[in-house]
Ligand binder design. Structure first.
Ligand SMILES: [Zn+2]
Ligand SMILES: [Zn+2]
Length: 137
């Protein structure tokens, strides 16, 4: 694994890829690698800015690189929150946590209690992620 292989552009398959773009396709974080020429040809200035922002950002949970911009926590429609940067690893754990808590909440309490619990879920998830990271994940 010590070989310094050149990453080739996904578009032209000839030049070296220097721009890494992460997008969410069908709920999966996908990385697209482009050379500077193809990047300039295929992306609008807004997209180039977004790539720069993504490259400069780090995961809100673990501080790691390779982040994906998600619309609110774990892509859920919790209202018009600002997009957040989360790495693929933390997205997976957040999604797992949400699903587990959803099932627990749905199986217990009255409608009002469930609604109250769901409103606290985002906060709970943030705490869970902090704990999860501190456990060395
Ligand atoms: Zn290219
Ligand atoms: Zn992370």
């Amino acid at each position: 694994m010590k070989k310094d292989a050149v990453v080739v552009c996904d578009a032209c398959h000839s030049r070296e890829a220097r721009v890494f773009k992460t997008t969410i396709i069908g709920g999966q974080a996908r990385s697209v690698r482009l050379c500077e020429g193809c990047c300039a040809n295929t992306l609008s200035p807004t997209e180039v800015d977004q790539i720069a922002a993504i490259e400069a950002a780090s995961c809100r949970y673990c501080g790691g690189p390779y982040v994906t911009k998600v619309p609110g926590l774990s892509g859920m429609s919790m209202g018009g929150e600002d997009p957040e940067f989360v790495c693929g690893k933390c997205i997976a754990e957040t999604a797992r946590f949400f699903k587990q808590r959803f099932d627990e909440i749905r199986a217990s309490g009255s409608k009002d209690e469930q609604r109250a619990a769901l409103q606290k879920l985002e906060e709970e998830a943030a705490l869970h992620m902090k704990r999860w990271i501190s456990e060395g994940n």
